[in-house]
Design a protein around this ligand. Structure first.
Ligand SMILES: [Zn+2]
Ligand SMILES: [Zn+2]
Length: 349
């Protein structure tokens, strides 16, 4: 086996370098995974452009990547059900399992969480855009030979969206509107549809992602770059029960609060700018809006893997390009161009 790893490492805004480093011996209780595929996420792009996402700031070099899949190449210690050679979707979260939040079944809120490719803690937690990376066995969910690793890597963003739909409460037969037609918006649309949401609108400010949303079967698509009137008219007519705010903008959150019906629910999924942002908070009171945060995911990760393996959700339909991990910079540049890209995947170099 190779004793070096090549990793896409962020040193600061717009400073992503491929760094080669020797692989240390695998620690007991760990599994070593050879990179197969990794999705470039909106938060990776925020880190790349600004050296931060929301309140998480890159202060020391950070290997990006948390949407990853690969092949198990080494195991040290017990790893029930896992073997060298297994193809796995890798859950980037390691939960402690014993804190109060873990015990109440909300492991994404774990007080001791380790989340790959994140600057939320110091030292930063290194990610999976590396030819080899290590995980604990519980992070590795096996996929069959006929599931492409590119699809398996998309279990992570799908899990984010399944969690957001769970946070909305029962959605069957209800009407929803999604603010943001990027990969998370589109996967939220697919997850909400699968959960039985009857009618779903998608809103964005760019034409290309909206055209994509239309091809995927959105009931209404609205281009906010042409003004807000169309959105106001549709909201008055359709009485949306739930709004999913995926754009991560103050304007999106504000629109979502005014777009859902009185007594409706707004789920905040997008990573908003850090610090204080203006929000029409009085409307939350006067219209009795349930404003809920949705952060990463808990046990939805396994559910996402199963939905992909069983082809219940066609995540591959979002993939617009694949680039080798060794050309990560080019992959990021392409992902940042929303006129050309929905989901850009890095694949084995
Ligand atoms: Zn992500
Ligand atoms: Zn915990």
């Amino acid at each position: 086996m190779n004793d070096m790893a090549l990793a896409a490492t962020l040193f600061g805004a717009e400073d992503l370098r491929m760094v080669e480093a020797p692989l240390g011996p695998l620690a007991p209780g760990m599994v070593r995974v050879r990179f197969g595929a990794g999705g470039i996420c909106g938060s990776d792009m925020h880190y790349f452009r600004h050296g931060r996402t929301g309140d998480f700031v890159v202060e020391t070099p950070l290997i990006l990547g948390h949407e990853i899949a690969g092949e198990v190449v080494e195991i040290v210690g017990p790893a029930s059900g896992l073997q060298v050679g297994d193809r796995v979707a890798v859950n980037p979260s390691r939960w402690c399992g014993h804190c109060a939040r873990c015990r109440e079944g909300r492991p994404n809120l774990c007080e001791n969480i380790y989340f790959m490719g994140s600057a939320s803690k110091k030292p930063h937690m290194q990610g999976g855009f590396a030819t080899y990376f290590d995980a604990i066995p519980a992070q590795c969910i096996k996929v069959p030979a006929d599931t492409p690793l590119v699809a398996a890597a998309l279990a992570e963003p799908l899990a984010v969206c399944l969690h957001a739909v769970h946070r909305a409460g029962p959605v069957e037969g209800r009407r929803g509107i999604v603010f943001g037609a990027g990969p998370i918006g589109l996967l939220t649309f697919m997850a909400a549809r699968l959960a039985g949401m009857s009618e779903i609108a998608i809103v964005d400010i760019a034409a290309a992602p909206l055209a994509f949303a239309q091809r995927l079967g959105a009931d209404h698509v609205i281009d906010l770059s042409r003004g807000e009137q169309e959105l106001r008219d549709l909201a008055a007519e359709r009485n949306f029960d739930v709004a999913f705010e995926v754009s991560g903008t103050a304007a999106g959150l504000s629109s979502a609060i005014f777009t859902v019906r009185r007594g409706g629910t707004v789920v905040q999924i997008g990573n908003l700018p850090g610090g204080q942002i203006p929000v029409p908070a009085n409307a939350v009171m006067a219209r009795e809006i349930d404003l809920k945060g949705s952060f990463r995911f808990g046990h939805e990760f396994e559910e996402a893997v199963h939905l992909i393996v069983d082809k219940k959700i066609d995540v591959m339909s979002l993939v617009t390009a694949e680039r080798p991990l060794s050309s990560a910079q080019e992959g990021f540049a392409l992902a940042l161009d929303r006129s050309r890209s929905v989901k850009v995947m890095l694949i084995a170099p």
